[in-house]
Structure formats: C-alpha cells, structure tokens
Design a protein around this ligand. Sequence first.
Ligand code: FES
Length: 197
Amino acid sequence: MEVVQGVQTRATNRQTDQSVDVSIPNRREFLYYIWGASIAMVVGEVIGATLWFAYPRFRAGEFGGVFKLDPTQVPERGGPPRGEPAIRIWMSHLEDDSVIALYNVCTHLGCLYKWVDTNNRFECPCHGSKFQKSGLYISGPAPRSLDRFVMTITFDDGTQVTTNETGDPIPLAEYQGRTIMDIALDTGRRILRPGKV
Ligand code: FES
C-alpha cells in the first residue's frame, strides 16, 4: 500500500513539473509578440502593394491593356471615323493627315456617343453634347473634350511615334514615304483633356 502511494506521489510530482514548463508570457513578452506581429503585417502589406503596382493588372488584349490594331483599321484620311466597340474607341484620321484614338464614352455622364455623318461630328444621344472628329468639344453639357488613348505607331523603317502627354493627334504627314506596320493602342493610358479644348 505504501509503494502505491510512493508511485502516486512521483506521478503527481511529474505532472507538477510538466505544468511548470508551460510558462505564460509576462506583460513585456506579450507586448513584444504584438509588436512583432504588427511589424510582420506592415511588411506583408508593403510587399503586397509593391507586387500589385509592379505587375500589370491587365493582359494584352484585355480592356485596360494593350491592343494591336491592323493598319487597315485606320480610316481613310478625311473620311468618317471608324468605331471599334470591342475596344471602346473611335479612330479618326483627320484632314491634316493626323490620327487619334478617342474613348467612345461621353465625358458628360458616360453615354456612348455616335458619329453623325450628315453633320460631320460626334453627337451624344443622351443630352446632346457634340464633338468634332478630333474629339474637341463643340457644344452641350459635356465638361471637356473627348478622352484619348495613347497609341504607338511603328513604321516599316522601325521608326516609332507615340501620342504625346496632352493626347494630340499623331501627325502622319511628318512620316511620309513610310508605311505603317503596327499600331499598339494602350487602353490603360487614357488622357483627359483639361476642359473644352
Ligand atoms: S452623357 Fe453625353 S451629353 Fe450627357
């Protein structure tokens, strides 16, 4: 009977020793853990944000990405603009032999404007804003001229020309004698005009 009690006593001591090994963090250690976790979270967010901005969010061929256009999609000089609803643009080839890609959404409240051949201008069916073939504002409640997309044209001799920062039409007249081989339209780079100019 005594032996049994001794065994029970040792077993009880072992249990007591094991419970002593599991220590509860004191206040300072607890604050260190919280601080470490906070730092890890901030570092994780910084890395995540860096990756988000470092990689393109749109693939080529998706709206918001880059589209390749066939040179035959450029309309005739001085002729009516060509609508490309799949990529949300109107392509205009102006009388002075310059080209421009316009976003096909009205700058007033976002309706899809149309080209009206008989009036030789774009007209919005919603509230009547009107724009020139170049996208310049004519009349109506729209607060600014039409938005443009950045376009890069590559010619047969390797020369490349890209839409400038203000979105002016690209002057093809300056590249006479060359043939357009490739047009890259970046729908992720929309240029907003500052007003009715
Ligand atoms: S949405 Fe085009 S004029 Fe209002």
